[in-house]
Each structure stands twice: as C-alpha cells, then as structure tokens.
Design a binder for this molecule. Structure first.
Ligand code: NAP
Length: 289
C-alpha cells in the first residue's frame, strides 16, 4: 500500500490527510500541535514525533502549513522531512509559499534526491475535506505523472501551469485578486453604510450586478451582518499571500500600486485580528479615526 507522510493539520491539512486515509493509503501524520491529529490517529493514521519521523519510508511527503517559515522548518529544519525521506520520494508542497521559496525549496530537495512538485491549492476547508480542491501544479510532466496517484485523493481538478514555481505564480495572482476584491468590497459597503443606504437593497444590487464575483458574494452578506463566525481564511494568511504576490510582482513589473495598497490594508487587518476572518476588513474600514 502506498505510504504518505502528511505534515500540517490545520483547517486545510486536516481534511486533506483524512482523504488519504479514506482512499486506503498508509498515512503518517505530524502537526506542531499534536491534538489536531487525535481523530486521524483514531482512524488509523500513525502519529510521528517529527516531520523526519513521518517521512521515514514514505512514497510521498505532502505538506500543508502556513507560510515560508513553516515550510522551511518542516522540510529543511532540524528533524525536517528531508532528513529521512528516501531518494525518489515525492515532495509535494501544497502550502501557499512565496515564489522564491518554492524555487529554493525545490532546489534543496532535489539536491537530496527528492522529486519536488509545486502544488498550491484553491478551495476552502470543506473542499479539502471532500477531496474537491483544485491543484495548481508546477512540475516537469514526468514528475506530475508520477505524482498523479498521490494528487487524486485531494482534488477534482489539476491545472498544470508549467515547471516548478509556475503553480505558485498562478496561486499568488489568484489570491492577490481575492485580496483586492475583499478590501474593495469592505470599502464599498462601508461607504454605502455611512451614506445611509438601505443595505438590503445594496446587497441585492451587488448580487445581481456585474461586480459580483464569487469572492464578493462569499463575503458581502457576512460583512454587512458583521457575522465572522466559522472563519475559513484568516487575515494573517491573506496578508501573507498578498505580500508574496507583491514580492513576485516587484521582480516583473515597474509598479503595482493596487497590490501595494492591498498589502497595506491587510497589514492593518493582521494587526487588528490576525487569526480572525479576513472579512473583518469592514470593521477596520468602518472604524472612526
Ligand atoms: P491554518 O489552519 O492556520 O493551519 C496552519 C498550519 O501550519 C497548522 O498546521 C500549523 O500548526 C502549521 N504551522 C504554522 N506555523 C508553523 C511552524 N512555524 N512550524 C510548523 N508548523 C507550522 O491554515 P490553513 O487555512 O490550513 O492554511 C494552510 C495553507 O493553505 C496556507 O499556506 C494557506 O495560505 C493555504 N490555503 C488556505 C486555504 C483556506 O481556505 N484556509 C485555501 C487555500 C490555500 P499548528 O496547528 O500547530 O498551529
């Protein structure tokens, strides 16, 4: 039976690891906070004391952690997965990381004989738990073919953008667009509130107008109701993604004023409530000076 080491059991990773168990893989799990693994272990996963311990004997090591720092730690740090992963094993990085980190990590893991797949995802935690993510892959075609059996439990769509790093380029564009839309929505709704408009009418008009992207629709009613329960994506993660996108853009374009302004907006959101829902942006915009 194919053996997967799954590292990072947060909102996304927990459901993804469960997909491997449900699909009949032998699964070893590690998370910085052990309690998040308890139900997976009860369902048959092996708890590993470190990423290195999880990676022993794995055909594929899959990581889903917060950011560059976490990714570096779990792959390359002390007791990181690279210490023990066998030569030829797949290293599938699903975390949203910076483009430079994806390239550097690929370089380092390949030097240790691993087959690196750049594999950020789109889809919310419920899609992760249902195996309905979209995978944004950057990899050589032969490596992708080798990885397909290990990607299949996670997704209903694989988009292959090109070589390593290209999946991350698309992911960062996607999330910068989302960040701009959420920040813009918060400002638009706050203006409407301050101007005294009927907010039910505003919501209905947004829903039926051309500015109604899925991202806008996902957040508009919650922002007006100030209902931030069940956070699926935090202000800290949105800030990170926008900042990584702007860092990438700086190497490609002379100026990106909207991207920069969006990072500044999420600087404030992160300082205000880092682990709360990204939609709290409206509370920041609405705050009296
Ligand atoms: P999350 O719930 O905040 O989980 C973050 C995970 O990273 C946890 O397992 C956490 O461990 C771990 N972690 C953080 N810092 C670490 C460190 N220094 N060393 C080791 N582990 C560390 O985040 P998430 O929503 O699952 O997101 C995970 C990744 O998926 C992020 O890159 C995010 O941008 C991306 N993503 C998220 C969504 C979404 O809708 N949520 C959608 C697509 C992509 P602890 O449990 O110990 O804190």
């Amino acid at each position: 039976m194919a053996h997967v080491a799954f590292i990072g059991l947060g909102r996304m990773g927990h459901g993804m690891a469960a997909r491997y168990l449900d699909s009949g893989f032998t699964v070893a799990v590690w998370n910085r906070s052990k309690a998040k693994a308890d139900d997976l272990v009860a369902s048959g996963a092996r708890w590993a004391g470190s990423p290195a311990e999880a990676a022993v004997g794995a055909d594929a090591v899959v990581a889903m952690v917060a950011d560059d720092e976490a990714s570096r730690a779990v792959w390359l740090g002390k007791d990181g997965a690279a210490e023990t992963a066998k030569a030829g094993a797949l290293a599938i990085e699903c975390s949203t990381v910076s483009h430079q980190h994806a390239l550097d990590l690929s370089h380092d893991l390949r030097a240790r004989g691993l087959v690196y797949i750049d594999c950020p995802v789109t889809g919310l935690p419920d899609a992760a738990a249902a195996g309905k993510l979209t995978l944004l892959v950057g990899a050589e075609l032969t490596d992708l073919e080798k990885a397909r059996p290990f990607l299949a439990p996670l997704c209903n769509t694989i988009r292959h953008f090109g070589p390593v790093g290209s999946g991350t380029v698309y992911k960062l564009i996607n999330n910068l667009l989302g960040a701009i839309q959420i920040a813009g929505l918060a400002e638009g709704l706050a203006i409407a509130e301050q101007a005294g408009l009927d907010m039910n009418l505003v919501l209905d008009a947004i829903e039926h107008g051309v500015a109604a992207s899925p991202q806008v629709l996902r957040h508009s009613k919650r922002m007006v109701a100030r209902n931030f329960s069940g956070a699926t994506f935090t202000a800290a993660l949105r800030h990170k993604d926008a900042a990584y996108a702007v860092a990438l853009a700086e190497s490609l374009l002379p100026d990106i004023p909207i991207g920069r302004a969006t990072v500044q907006a999420y600087d404030k959101a992160k300082a205000y409530a880092p682990d709360d829902d990204e939609a709290k942006m409206i509370e920041i915009v609405s705050r009296p000076r």
